[in-house]
Design a protein around this ligand. Sequence first.
Ligand SMILES: [Zn+2]
Length: 179
Amino acid sequence: MVRIEEKLAKQVDFTTKDDTIYGRVNDIFYNVKIIKSKKTAQPNNLSETLIYRKEKNPLAFIISPKYETAVFDVFATRSKPVDLVELNDFIETNYFIYKVYKMNYIEDHFSFLLDKNQSFNIKIPYIAQFMNDFSNHLKELDYYSACTKCGSTDNITCKPARGMVIEICTACALKETAL
Ligand SMILES: [Zn+2]
């Protein structure tokens, strides 16, 4: 069975690293994680019971996985000051389409959750459409993604950092390895 992370990565042309899916949509850099619901299921038959017992952590193993929420980390900045009111406008205007909540912005890093909307599980086309609309909105407000250390937009590469993947320019990456 193909993991939902791999399906989403394929749909939006992202890369996966462990449970993180990352890449750019309309030049805006995203990390996405899909969260399994915490409901646990009991095995229904013998083969499921055997699988169930094999799992080291039975509580983490869900016979019928349900995905309800996606966690977003979006890295973008702009030359003028960040205006969270502008961003909340987007969230409020689109609330019937996209269930976005817990929006935070700290040092060029947006974090928030996207909940499923009127479906049993969160759907890949819904996540993909959201990323397209949200990054178009950020671009209209002059946000762009850049090296998270120096703000350069040249020679960007990706590297894992604190459970995420960040973008960094090759000059900053070289400085880091020299330390
Ligand atoms: Zn840099």
